[in-house]
Design a protein. Sequence first.
Length: 267
Amino acid sequence: MLANLIGGLKQTVRIFTHKDFTKNPDAPRITELQKRALWLGLINSEQLTAYIDSLTTGLPKERVIQGLTEAWGICSQDEAFETIDWIRKGGHRVAFNAVLPYIHIADEAERNGQIAKMLRENAEKIIFSAENQEELEEKFESELERLTEFADNLIACIAERGDDPFVAFNEANMRQGILAWDLGRLVTIVRMCYDVGCLDEKTAWDIITSAYEAAVKEFKDWREVAVSYLIGRGAWGGDSMMLHGLYRIAEKAFESDDSPWKTTPLK
């Protein structure tokens, strides 16, 4: 109990004394590739007050465990690999890509009906598998709720941020997709799993550098990464105060001399 209290106090101090884009004072030497791969998750790292230049996040272990279990349902190595595999195979991109053609439909009932029809026609592709018809119906209803929520979130973001001067929720930006949102969080999950011993160092770096290699095929610079990440966050969580905070983090990433996004190109 005392250890938890001390850990909590340390984290509180760290939050209030946090310097933007904090570097690990004891960071081992890593390659330029590894650095750029870590910076794919820069917005998420800054959100969590994690180190930006080492495999370890530097966060208190109890906070890492809480984040993995509560936010991701990761309590074991098997669950860690299942989550990593899910993100790599599609993550939130599946839902985003599925609803994007329907967000222009103004009438909610019609829009949701079209999404339901699309889901019925593509159930096996989107839901993947089910043991029986009853399970398929349960998964269908759950997935339909998720898809309509994504659509509602995007519509809300378009209404509030359709012409935002930093990252607008417009057709051009949304057409880029949300790969950076999935990959940025993947980097963070892998680092946290490494911190609690679910992944060894080699495996963690292999996954993170693989994410970077996927990103450089899709994006030309950090600006495109930021757009994709923020569009993804909006699709998942709507136009919330959290999204506002992430916008500010992303803006600082291009303003601050301490930010690698300002000083180092994506590739």
